[in-house]
Ligand binder design. Structure first.
Ligand code: PMP
Length: 390
């Protein structure tokens, strides 16, 4: 039943149709784009391209309205419970989004002696902005403490008991990641709100979850959602920060007074329309099943070590689902070499340290990441190629 749902969706990605011998397995870096997204960009640029927020002729008005509609589209996509009390800021991706929150919003929240809790082993983009904010504040005589959001060794997600132990009255902010970009684990961020109580702002890096699974800001009760549009089927150079104006100062980014990426914003609206029509719940079932097959297949090949939590490797265990990506090493072939070999068979994977905070050269690995357009045949083909390299 899901296969019949997926086939026509895959057919809507021109790059895949045009190059059937290649298999794209790097969607965690950036996604491919369906025809509807390309059409939306073409339509925008050929009917009403103008600057936003300026001018009073029809193209300018249409562009301004299109940008405002995109903000509403994002609010709806995120299940925003109070759209009149949230703001949406467009960025070039998740990195710029997290940096904007850290630079333009966080300092106003913090006083001397306050503490923030952030992840130390997620994407570098979700660590360095918070450390930079600490340095900036220190130069102004405001000393803040940055604590590590604790992980559970066995399952790889965040550890609520350890978080409770380090949370106190001076805890003012928590940054977290929804789905980990190296081991693909759902970090169970809903537990953070239960631990820190109702007053502490939470910023969620949703770069690897948005478009891959349903995301409800009402359910998660977070204050910021940061994501990449380009990983969400929209154009390169797109992303957004959604901010709920409830805890802490209002989010007024200083960043964007110039000309916005209007074509990119048009593509983002079209991408979210496409994803909603396809159904993020079905996309989640599809890619989670493919990832489970891949993880299971890999764990049966003795030459490979799957990276991340042990718990997810148990065949009977649903403890940790991997959402759409899995990372591994060959015991003898270095990751870069394995990447080249796989490409000689047509498989495009990523092999490096994946911008993980604290990762060194020795931490390089191969990451296979999937999206709605990938198929069971591609996964089986990859497993066969890997098995032949043992
Ligand atoms: N956070 C996570 C979890 C990511 O996976 C990525 C992209 N690899 C980023 C942030 C940075 O996203 P962008 O490329 O849009 O800046």
């Amino acid at each position: 039943e899901l296969a019949a749902w997926q086939r026509p969706l895959r057919a809507q990605f021109p790059i895949i149709q045009a190059q059937p011998d290649l298999v794209y397995l790097d969607s965690a870096a950036t996604s491919q784009k369906p025809q509807a997204v390309l059409d939306a960009v073409h339509t925008y640029l050929t009917t009403s391209n103008a600057n936003a927020g300026r001018g009073s002729y029809p193209w300018a008005n249409t562009t301004t309205a299109m940008v405002e509609e995109a903000r509403d589209r994002i609010r709806r996509f995120l299940g925003d419970p109070e759209p009149e009390r949230s703001s949406v800021h467009f960025t070039s991706g998740a990195t710029e989004g997290l940096r904007t929150v850290a630079r333009d919003w966080l300092p106003a929240l913090l006083a001397d002696g306050d503490e923030i809790v952030v992840p130390f082993a997620d994407h570098e983009a979700n660590l360095s902005p918070w450390l930079e904010a600490r340095e900036l504040l220190a130069r102004q005589g405001v000393r803040i403490t940055v604590r590590e959001l604790p992980y559970q060794a066995s399952s790889g997600d965040y550890d609520p008991a350890a978080l409770a132990a380090l949370t106190g009255p001076r805890t003012r902010f928590v940054a977290a990641t929804h789905v980990h970009h190296v081991h693909g684990v759902d970090m169970n961020v809903h537990r953070i709100r239960e631990v820190v109580g109702p007053e502490v702002p939470i910023c969620l890096d949703a770069a690897q979850s948005i478009g891959h699974l349903p995301l409800s800001t009402a359910e998660l009760d977070v204050d910021f959602v940061v994501f990449s549009g380009h990983k969400t089927l929209a154009l390169p150079g797109t992303g957004a920060v959604w901010a709920r104006e409830r805890r802490g100062p209002a989010f007024r980014p200083g960043g964007w007074d110039g000309t916005p990426n209007t074509a990119g914003i048009a593509s983002l609206t079209a991408a979210l329309d496409w994803l909603d029509a396809a159904g993020t719940d079905r996309i989640e079932r599809w890619t989670t099943a493919l990832t489970a097959r891949l993880t299971d297949g890999l764990s049966r090949l003795p030459a490979y070590d799957v990276i991340g939590c042990r718990a997810s490797l148990a065949a009977d265990s649903q403890v940790q689902r991997r959402c759409s990506l899995v990372t591994f090493r060959h015991r003898e072939i270095p990751p870069h070499e394995l990447g080249f070999i796989l490409f000689s068979h047509g498989f495009m994977v990523r092999s490096d340290g994946h911008c993980q905070a604290g990762a060194g050269v020795k931490d390089a690995s191969v990451r296979v990441s999937l999206h709605v357009y990938n198929t069971p045949e591609e996964v089986e083909g990859l497993l066969t190629a890997l098995a032949n390299l043992q």
